[in-house]
Ligand binder design. Structure first.
Ligand SMILES: [Zn+2]
Length: 402
C-alpha cells in the first residue's frame, strides 16, 4: 500500500507542478504590506479542494483595512475521530527590490528542477504537496487514520492576527488536535522544529537636540547617542550569553535592525534617532530580565550623553515547546526516515511560525518541510523534488496507525 501511494504521487508530479505554477501566479500580499490580500489565491485553493473532493469546506474569513482575509479549512474524514491539522499560509512577503530578481516574481519559471516565484517555497510548495497527498489517497480509495484538516490561512507573514490567531480566538481547535506546520525546515529534510525562542521587538527612541552641525555645542547629537546605545548591546549579549545546543542558533540574539530616517541634510545634527532591536531569547531567560538590563543601558546612556530615551515594546512572545517525545513528533520522524532516508534532528529555532500560537495553548505542533530555505529572498524557488517528497511525507503521516 505504501509503495502504491508513493507511486501514485510520483504519477501526479506533473500535475502538482502545474498547480504550483498556477498558484504562485496569484500575488497574495497583505493590505498591511500594501497588497490586495489573499482573496483570489484562496479561491484558487478552494477550487482545488473541490476538485479533489474534500468532505467539507469551512471558511473562517475576517477583514482588515476593509479587505477580506480568507481562512480556508478543508476536511477529509478519517477512520478515527482524532484530528490532524496541516497549517499552511496563503500570503507572501513583498517582492522587495525587483532589480535583484533574475526572473519575474509572479511569472513562475522552471529552471534546473526548480520553480522560481515569490511564494514558491513559502508556502506554495506545501499547500500543493498537502492537497495532492489527499488527492493520492482519494485516487486509491484510501481512508486516513484520523480526520485531516487542511488549512490555508491569511496573514502569516505579518502578525497572524487575521489568520492563525483568529482561529485560536474563534476556538476552532479541540482537545486532542495535533498540528503539522510545513513552513520551515532544512535542505535534507531532517530538521523537525518543536520549539521557538522567546521573541522581543523593541523601538528605541533617542531624544537629543537638533542644531547646526557647525555649532555642535548648541545641540545634542541623537544619532551619536543612539549609536553609543547600540554599541552597548554587546554587554547585553555577554550578560545573556548562555548556550543551548537544542536551539539553532544555540545562543540568544539581540540585533539592532531597522533605523528611521533622520535629517535630510548633512549640515544638521539630528535631534532624534529611532531604531529597533530584534531579540530571540533562549527559554532559560525571562523577557523581564532583558528589559531590566536594557533599562540600565538606557539610564547610563541618558546620563553620559544627556539625552532622553524611550523604550517601547512592539512585540513580545514567550518561548514555546512541544515535547520531543510526543506522538506527532514520532509519527513525523518515522515518515521522514522512510521517505527522505534521513535521521531526524529534533530542534528549537529562533524564528516564529503559526505553530507557536497553538503551542501556547498546549497543543502539540511540529514544523517541518524539505526546503533550501530561500523564503523571502529574491529569486525564491521551490525544488520540484521537494514538492514531491513533502507530499509523500504527508501521505505517509495520513496513513500511519495512531
Ligand atoms: Zn511561511
Amino acid at each position: 500500500m505504501e509503495r502504491d501511494i508513493f507511486a501514485e504521487l510520483t504519477k501526479l508530479k506533473k500535475e502538482m507542478v502545474i498547480s504550483l505554477m498556477e498558484l504562485v501566479k496569484i500575488p497574495a500580499i497583505s493590505p498591511e504590506s500594501g497588497g490586495k490580500g489573499e482573496g483570489e489565491k484562496s479561491k484558487f485553493v478552494e477550487s482545488l479542494c473541490r476538485e479533489i473532493g474534500f468532505d467539507k469546506i469551512i471558511h473562517y474569513d475576517t477583514f482588515s483595512q476593509g479587505v477580506k482575509r480568507p481562512n480556508l479549512v478543508a476536511k477529509i474524514k478519517g477512520k478515527k475521530p482524532a484530528r490532524l491539522w496541516i497549517i499552511t499560509h496563503l500570503d507572501v512577503v513583498p517582492v522587495g527590490d525587483l532589480k535583484l530578481w533574475k526572473s519575474s516574481p509572479f511569472a513562475p519559471k522552471i529552471k534546473n528542477g526548480k520553480i522560481f516565484a515569490r511564494g514558491a517555497e513559502d508556502n506554495g510548495q506545501d499547500i500543493i504537496a498537502a492537497l495532492f497527498a489527499v488527492e493520492a489517497l482519494r485516487n486509491l480509495n484510501l481512508t486516513p487514520e484520523r480526520d485531516i484538516y487542511f488549512a490555508a490561512l491569511s496573514d502569516e507573514e505579518t502578525i497572524s492576527e487575521y489568520g492563525m490567531k483568529y482561529l485560536v480566538k474563534k476556538k476552532v481547535f479541540k482537545k486532542g488536535d495535533v498540528f503539522l506546520v510545513p513552513d520551515g525546515g532544512s535542505p535534507d529534510g531532517s530538521l523537525i522544529e518543536v520549539a521557538e525562542k522567546s521573541l522581543l521587538w523593541l523601538e528605541i527612541k533617542i531624544i537629543g537636540k537638533q542644531c547646526h552641525a557647525s555649532m555642535p555645542e548648541k545641540g545634542i547629537n541623537a544619532l551619536e547617542a543612539g549609536s553609543y546605545f547600540i554599541g552597548k548591546l554587546k554587554n547585553l549579549k555577554k550578560a545573556f550569553g548562555k548556550k543551548d545546543p537544542f536551539y539553532t542558533p544555540s545562543y540568544s540574539s539581540f540585533e539592532p535592525t531597522k533605523r528611521l530616517n533622520n535629517v535630510p541634510n548633512i549640515n544638521t545634527i539630528p535631534g532624534s534617532d529611532i531604531f529597533y532591536i530584534d531579540c530571540r531569547i533562549l527559554p532559560g531567560y525571562k523577557i523581564s530580565e532583558i528589559l531590566a538590563f536594557l533599562e540600565k543601558i538606557k539610564k547610563d546612556v541618558e546620563k553620559e550623553k544627556k539625552v532622553k530615551i524611550k523604550i517601547k515594546v512592539i512585540q513580545k512572545e514567550k518561548a514555546t515547546k512541544t515535547e520531543p517525545g510526543s506522538p506527532i513528533v514520532k509519527n513525523l520522524a518515522k515518515a521522514l526516515q522512510k521517505v527522505c532516508g534521513v535521521k531526524p534532528r529534533i530542534k528549537g529555532v529562533g524564528w516564529g511560525t503559526c505553530a507557536s500560537f497553538v503551542r501556547r495553548i498546549d497543543y502539540p505542533a511540529v514544523v517541518w518541510s524539505k526546503v533550501d530555505g530561500v523564503a523571502h529572498q529574491p529569486d525564491e524557488y521551490a525544488r520540484i523534488e521537494n514538492l514531491l517528497i513533502d507530499s509523500k511525507v504527508f501521505a505517509d503521516l495520513f496513513l500511519q496507525p495512531i
